[in-house]
Ligand binder design. Structure first.
Ligand SMILES: NC(=O)c1ccc[n+]([C@@H]2O[C@H](COP(=O)([O-])OP(=O)(O)OC[C@H]3O[C@@H](n4cnc5c(N)ncnc54)[C@H](OP(=O)(O)O)[C@@H]3O)[C@@H](O)[C@H]2O)c1
Length: 360
């Protein structure tokens, strides 16, 4: 669709188009192509009330929240997303805004796997946005802070998140270099809905928390002073849809709590409370400085503990390389997009309750 007005890419929060609300006549609802609609973020976005008109991009999984929205099957790894030229052109004519949430999110895979989907897929989104004259809202990750030039210590070459983070950082650069108007949202680890704990799929936080909360961890590897920064998925959705609503076309937003986030002891207190609510007495595992772990401390653990402990250590390292406390735009997200103040300990507890009741 043709752009009628465009602001520059502000350092934080581009001023927006058409006085807010996207393309076309003032007050018109923009048409938003949502990639990754079946994912945790996509399904959370589709649950928000009074959202824009969505075109739901499916891939291999159905999207229960799609309702009456038009669906289109897109493959990020194929030219023109795998569409015939006519269908691609028609989609470009229809769409005002892209929320680009599709991605390969599992950790520990080879760099090439991420490149095909996260980097080349984002390049295709930029090409599409150019054709559609559309703004892109890109869901990146707060973990890119660990690879910043300003990182206090370098991230280890074998860190399980490294290839994933590199691909997300490169995808950000692809968008930046494309010249397409865009925002970047960088969420930290997501948990369920802030009130109900609902999530369409279990997240790494719930998985690890369940294991810790059952007293199965011999110890908890963590770098001194790090924050346990978890954000509710509806908070991210509110922020992204706020940017769509305002017609923003620039800005980078860290969707994190930063210094407001729980520390390790807060996190363990929530786990103890959750266990007590389930009739269990949890003795929290000892917290061990991840930099001072004995060489064989993880290697000698049982197979499951080995894998969980090394993920916990690597995620802690990501936070440590981000300065221990993740950068945050939370004050701006509250001010600019009306993101509610959510107590992260209460939201974390709600997520644990939901996971225990529904995720098995
Ligand atoms: N969840 C988190 O904690 C978190 C935290 C920080 C950042 N993020 C970022 O947020 C974004 C969304 O994350 P998420 O948790 O919603 O991920 P997710 O649950 O793993 O979902 C990934 C989505 O990408 C789609 N997809 C994968 N390969 C595709 C392809 N070749 N073509 C088209 N679509 C494809 C999947 O579709 P199918 O299932 O149909 O294949 C799915 O809808 C990601 O880019 C991630 O980097 C997530």
């Amino acid at each position: 669709m043709s752009r009628t007005m465009s602001s520059g890419n502000g350092g934080n929060g581009g001023a927006g188009r058409n006085g807010g609300r996207g393309e076309g006549a003032p007050g018109a609802r923009p048409t938003v192509l949502l990639t990754g609609a079946s994912g945790v973020v996509g399904r959370s976005l589709l649950r928000e009330q009074d959202g824009p008109r969505f075109v739901v991009a499916t891939h291999s999984t159905p999207v229960p929240e799609a309702g009456d929205a038009r669906s289109v099957r897109l493959d990020m790894t194929a030219e023109r997303f795998g569409l015939e030229e006519d269908a691609y052109a028609a989609l470009a004519a229809e769409v005002d805004v892209v929320i680009h949430s599709a991605g390969l999110t599992e950790w520990g895979l080879p760099a090439g796997d991420y490149r095909r989907i996260n980097v080349e897929g984002t390049r295709r989104v930029a090409e599409f946005a150019e054709r559609a004259d559309a703004t892109v809202h890109f869901i990146s990750t707060a973990f890119v802070a660990a690879l910043a030039d300003t990182a206090p210590v370098p991230l280890g070459p074998d860190n399980v998140c490294r290839n994933y983070i590199s691909s997300k950082r490169e995808a950000e650069h692809v968008l930046r270099d494309s010249g397409v108007p865009h925002t970047v949202f960088r969420p930290t680890n997501l948990i369920g809905d802030s009130t109900t704990g609902w999530t369409s799929q279990g997240q790494i936080v719930q998985l690890m928390s369940d294991w810790l909360g059952r007293g199965r961890a011999p110890f908890l590897p963590a770098h001194p002073g790090i924050r346990m920064d978890f954000v509710s998925q509806d908070l991210l959705s509110r922020a992204v849809l706020g940017a769509v609503e305002r017609g923003d076309d620039g800005g980078e937003f860290w969707v994190t709590y930063g210094p407001e986030a729980m520390d390790v002891e807060d996190c363990l207190r929530v786990l103890v409370k959750h266990a007590a609510g389930r009739g269990r007495t949890l003795t929290p595992p000892p917290v061990v400085n991840a930099d001072e772990l004995a060489a064989d401390a993880i290697a000698n653990a049982s197979p499951r503990a080995r894998s969980y402990l090394s993920v916990l250590r690597d995620v802690s390292e990501v936070t440590r390389c981000s300065g221990g406390v993740l950068p945050t735009s939370m004050p701006e997200l509250r001010e600019r997009y009306g993101v509610p103040r959510i107590d992260d300990t209460a939201a974390y507890l709600a997520s644990l309750e939901y996971a225990a009741d529904h995720l098995g």
